[in-house]
Unconditional design. Structure first.
Lengths: 316, 498
């Protein structure tokens, strides 16, 4: 397929995945801050920090508040990672590759974008954020479903899934990180009932609570981290995403797992193997935040190598 | 129509109170496509009028809103400028279809096929011996001053001898009820995607209107298009690789480029995706370069190749024309067809049909005065307030003056334009375009329409049944262009019952 179109599909799926996950970030923070009284500002500040856009935020907003952060992360077009911006980019990319997509897929993406755009001036998005962010998540599911149900699972689809899985792996790790930041000032709470219920809400935001219960039963911070990072079967767990990303890459290149013939295969294969042979004690010893930080760096390297290998224009 | 049908119609109107005021629909002296001058439904469309009359109050409006919503969701938009939201517009769509009976359609179809065969022979002649000039049927100055003639292509033999593969011919019906050819669009005619999408929206939002009626399908167009494109591939390519070449997402017809590529299952490429390698055109893919055999190009001749045509073009492919002239890639339409897409050349089509085919023209032209002709020019200058003045070499409605609706100053300005460059102007009588009932607020009112059928010239000639009906939504307006308050309608060719 055309390099330019492969690039567009890769990014279209990354951006829809990102939009959905920003909604999950906000959702987990809403859950965690309810009933916390006067610590609110710090929690929302932590969320901005986690997304990495704190400088941009402070340029446009005088103070941190729930409303300001939600506006910044959801509707602010000057923030390239806001839900609305992500959907705009996803849609632009879809338009660049529209002939490769099914018409239903384009239609659902278009509706997703129009819904968020039209909610920008609707007070309900701020007043009843749970309803709004639930809709956003539903749209995310719809996109996943329509992509997998209406698009041939060939090269184009694999580029899309590669993009979506790299993005999801990154974002699930960041959802864990949100909790890490929130934990810092309240170190005394660790292990208390407040702490436990917060880990439960975090799982919920990754749609993972029920699946976690089946796997581990009772909630413990370490096992939550283990589940979200290392579970082999849960579709939002980092290990699962990395493994699926590798499978898509190998379908594209025709390579096989266990060896490599190019840079993306090498980096992604190495990361997949690392997650397969990792246990949570090692992660905790290294420190969760440090581990996630270095993991995100590796994901970026993989993204760069995919770009160089497939998307950069070959010379004549 | 039998008297019984009339009485049924009348009783329906009374029982529902006729919320759309169809009973008092006024054709205002124009030829209306649905009603006769006395307000009776035309033969064949009684069922449609019955169904419209039996709709409860507000029903048509509700369906119209649903259709608008569908169009927005489907992203069927035009006119994209800039990057952000809100720059794409929906092209207004009116739910009441324009109906043609199959018998009349077959007549139009025969006329168009005849016309397109003659035009193709004319273009081929222009790039070879120019017999039609040597035989003094067409004056020589017409070619010497033609903007669309590309001298670089003299002697070119496009694959299968076809130049104008895709044509959109604009038709209008006058108040005499006759359908006339208004102009031939032989370069990159657009709009066919709306024909297909309008039908789909119509089926989604108003299936009841179709029930029990046999309407010729338009959905086969992409299949026919692909068949034609494969047919004209260079002889050396066994399994031809067909692509659609677009100027990119900011082009006003980008939606259509995507739509056609998607419906045919071929790649949509931009100039930057293509490169010349080893004497062939190739596209850059995730697995290296891949050869391209047929390019359905939606960029104008001038922009195809910066080496040969416009040097500032960034939309085309450097070296493309050399590959084309070597017969290693097919271009659709062939470059240089613009020589026939000229309103002065248009006036000679009746003579061309006689000259090349030895046939009489089936579908008439609108009478046209050539300002380059002394006698015609004299008439035009004297009657400018009654005539429509058109530049010969523009498309899309640019530079047109409607005499009866223009000011004295404008008349004077055009007199001067004509006298300074007579070759570049033609004049036609102001036509009273036919109308079709259109939803305007609470009731139906007549709005003027034209019709653009799409003609594919491959192994045989295929014409999409009906075509695109454009409607001037502004009251009294004759301008159907999307940029000036135009919209569109679904066009039905109703199959004969037997």
């Amino acid at each position: 397929m055309l390099s330019r179109v492969a690039d567009s599909i890769f990014w279209m799926r990354r951006y829809t995945e990102r939009a959905e996950n920003v909604a999950r970030f906000i959702d987990v923070t809403l859950n965690l801050t309810l009933g916390l009284g006067d610590h609110l500002e710090h929690q929302w500040e932590a969320l901005v920090y986690t997304t990495g856009d704190q400088l941009l935020f402070s340029e446009s907003y005088k103070h941190v508040s729930q409303e300001n952060v939600i506006r910044f992360l959801t509707f602010d077009e000057s923030n390239p990672n806001s839900i609305l911006s992500c959907l705009q980019y996803a849609r632009e990319n879809a338009r660049q590759s529209r002939e490769m997509l099914s018409s239903q897929m384009w239609e659902e993406l278009n509706k997703f974008y129009l819904f968020v755009r039209d909610s920008r001036n609707d007070p309900r998005a701020i007043d009843s954020p749970f309803d709004f962010f639930t809709r956003v998540r539903q749209f995310g599911f719809l996109i996943d479903g329509v992509v997998s149900g209406t698009m041939s699972h060939g090269e184009a689809w694999n580029f899309g899934r590669l993009g979506a899985m790299l993005e999801r792996a990154d974002k699930t790790s960041r959802i864990l990180d949100v909790k890490y930041f929130l934990l810092l000032p309240n170190i005394a709470d660790v292990g208390t009932s407040i702490d436990i219920s917060q880990w439960g809400m975090l799982l919920k935001s990754a749609s993972a609570l029920e699946m976690y219960r089946r796997r581990f039963g009772r909630l413990s911070p370490k096992l939550v981290a283990a589940f979200l990072l290392l579970d082999r079967d849960f579709p939002r767990a980092v290990r699962f995403c990395v493994s699926l990303a590798e499978r898509s890459l190998l379908s594209i290149t025709g390579g096989s797992s266990g060896n490599f013939s190019n840079r993306p295969e090498q980096l992604l294969g190495r990361l997949r193997a690392e997650f397969e042979f990792l246990d949570i004690e090692e992660v905790m010893n290294e420190g969760l935040h440090g581990f996630i930080d270095s993991f995100q760096g590796k994901l970026n390297d993989i993204g760069d190598s995919v770009h160089q290998m497939f998307f950069q224009n070959q010379a004549a | 129509m039998s008297s019984e049908q009339v009485s049924i119609r009348t009783s329906n109107a009374f029982s529902n109170g006729d919320p759309l005021s169809i009973g008092s629909y006024d054709t205002k002296g124009f030829f209306d496509e649905m009603f006769t001058a006395s307000g009776q439904p035309r033969p064949g469309v009684e069922f449609l009028v019955d169904r419209l009359e039996s709709l409860p109050l507000g029903e048509l409006q509700r369906r119209q809103r649903a259709a608008d919503h569908e169009l927005l969701n489907m992203g069927i938009t035009f006119n994209v400028y800039g990057h952000a939201a809100g720059t794409e517009k929906i092209w207004p769509f009116d739910l009441i279809p324009r109906v043609l009976l199959e018998k009349e359609w077959r007549y139009v179809e025969a006329g168009l096929k005849q016309r397109i065969r003659a035009l193709n022979m004319f273009i081929d002649d222009m790039y070879h011996d120019q017999r039609i000039i040597r035989d003094k049927v067409l004056p020589e100055y017409m070619i010497a001053t033609s903007k669309g003639y590309l001298k670089q292509l003299q002697g070119m033999n496009p694959s299968r001898g076809i130049w104008c593969h895709i044509t959109g011919t604009d038709l209008v019906r006058g108040d005499d009820g006759q359908i006339y050819v208004l102009e031939d669009n032989l370069r990159c005619p657009s709009g066919v995607s709306y024909v297909i999408e309008n039908r789909e929206v119509m089926k989604r939002t108003f299936p009841q209107l179709f029930e029990g009626h046999n309407i010729l399908p338009v959905e086969t167009y992409p299949e026919q298009l692909l068949k034609m494109l494969q047919y004209v591939a260079p002889a050396s390519s066994r399994d031809p690789n067909v692509v659609v070449l677009t100027p990119g997402i900011y082009n006003s017809a980008y939606f259509e480029h995507c739509f056609l590529a998607q419906q045919m299952g071929v790649e949509l490429v931009q100039g930057s995706d293509l490169v010349v390698s080893d004497g062939y055109i190739c596209m850059r893919t995730t697995r290296g370069l891949k050869r391209v055999d047929v390019i359905y190009r939606r960029i104008d001749d001038d922009f195809l190749d910066p080496d040969v045509l416009r040097p500032d073009s960034t939309l085309g492919v450097r070296g493309l024309m050399d590959v084309y002239r070597a017969g290693k890639v097919a271009l659709v339409n062939a470059p240089g067809t613009g020589v026939a897409d000229d309103k002065a050349v248009y006036a000679y089509v009746p003579k061309m049909i006689q000259y090349y085919l030895a046939e009489e023209m089936i579908l008439p032209n609108v009478p046209t005065y050539l300002c380059a002709d002394d006698q015609d020019r004299k008439y035009v200058l004297e009657h400018i307030h009654e005539l429509v003045i058109k530049p010969a070499n523009e498309s899309g409605g640019y530079g047109i003056m409607l005499g009866p609706r223009a000011t004295k100053d404008q008349h004077e300005k055009y007199r001067q334009l004509i006298e300074s460059n007579p070759r570049n102007y033609v004049a036609q009588p102001m036509l009273a375009l036919s109308t079709v009932p259109t939803l305007c607020g609470d009731s139906l009112e007549g709005r003027h329409v034209d019709l653009r059928p799409y003609i594919l010239y491959g192994e045989d000639i295929y014409i999409v049944p009906g075509g695109l009906t454009r409607v001037a939504l502004v009251k009294g307006s004759l301008v159907v262009n999307s940029s000036q308050g135009g919209g569109s309608k679904d066009t039905w060719v109703l199959r004969d019952e037997n």
